[in-house]
Design a protein around this ligand. Structure first.
Ligand SMILES: C[S@@+](CC[C@H](N)C(=O)[O-])C[C@H]1O[C@@H](n2cnc3c(N)ncnc32)[C@H](O)[C@@H]1O
Length: 272
């Protein structure tokens, strides 16, 4: 691992940065979630998770529940389930319908085999000890229970990485600038099965490929700007790079009518 990626890993998992800045509220998470409204095909992620839980009765815990998008949907669709939301960031839990608690995925405040399903959606890449968190997921879920995990591919939104490097290069006057931080690289769709396979005999991956098409730069700019908690990790002035990216996008859309971003996310269903 290079010095740079080690520093990025430390920043992606730094608890005070996560709880105090990145997920202190849901502005930045909501900007990332909302870009998918321009994706084709559109996936109803909470609906897919609810469907995967159709055979589950009893208790479901959502670890790293964020702004409660999944909990909210499960409350509506499956009111009989006993839902619990856990997150390390108190600020983001404020708007989640309870019960919720502040807790770390590597030390779950739950008894062994005490839940029927656990969710860890787009969050394991933020955990410093991923194998320890996977062991905790396995410990708290009942023998015949399910664990549902999600993350993004290493190839996800490559056009945004490219746009960042072009904009950063323009700001620095260096051609192509340094790469932006990748949040999901530590636990990408490609890496996830090996981590999960340490505890679960069956790991089924459901890939969700798509293309986001925008004719207005702002949703893409809001997505890029949602990395502001990691602005210091970019070796380039963050705001200036965002402004340059906006100008590149305006020009691209004027010439081509739209800007396209290819996406690859996925859900992993884990059973023993
Ligand atoms: C990208 S958001 C995902 C939120 C939600 N699961 C979703 O998919 O919309 C990651 C969430 O995981 C939380 N998180 C990060 N590290 C954690 C940890 N070690 N234990 C519990 N939650 C954590 C963050 O505070 C944040 O709310």
């Amino acid at each position: 691992m290079t010095e740079r990626s080690a520093a990025h890993d430390a920043a992606v998992t730094d608890r005070s940065r996560l709880a105090g800045s990145a997920y202190n509220g849901d502005r930045d998470l909501a900007a990332r979630q909302s870009l998918y409204q321009w994706q084709t095909p559109r996936y109803d992620l909470p609906g897919i998770v609810a469907e995967q839980l159709s055979g589950v009765r009893g208790r479901v815990v959502d670890i790293g529940c964020g702004n409660g998008k999944f909990i909210q949907r499960l409350r509506d669709d499956r009111p009989e389930l006993a839902l619990l939301g856990l997150d390390i960031a108190p600020g983001i839990l404020a708007s989640v319908p309870g019960p919720v608690a502040v807790a770390d995925a590597t030390r779950l405040p739950l008894a062994t085999a005490s839940v029927d399903a656990a969710l860890a959606l787009h969050m394991l890449y933020h955990v410093p000890g991923i194998p320890q968190a996977v062991r905790e997921l396995s410990r708290v879920v009942a023998r015949d229970g399910a664990v549902i995990v999600s993350t993004n591919s290493d190839r996800d939104k490559a056009e945004l990485d490219d746009l960042w490097q072009r904009a950063a290069g323009d700001v620095l006057g260096t051609g192509r600038g340094p790469a932006r931080i990748s949040l999901s690289a530590r636990f990408s769709l490609e890496k996830a099965p090996a981590f999960l396979g340490e505890e679960f005999g069956r790991v089924e991956t459901i890939e969700l490929p798509g293309t986001i098409t925008v004719q207005d730069p702002e949703p893409v700019i809001a997505h890029m700007a949602s990395y502001r908690a990691w602005a210091d990790q970019h070796d380039v002035p963050f705001e200036a790079t965002i402004e340059r990216a906006r100008a590149i996008l305006v020009d691209h859309i004027a010439r081509h009518g739209a800007f396209e971003v290819t996406c690859l996310g996925g859900i992993l269903i884990c059973r023993r």
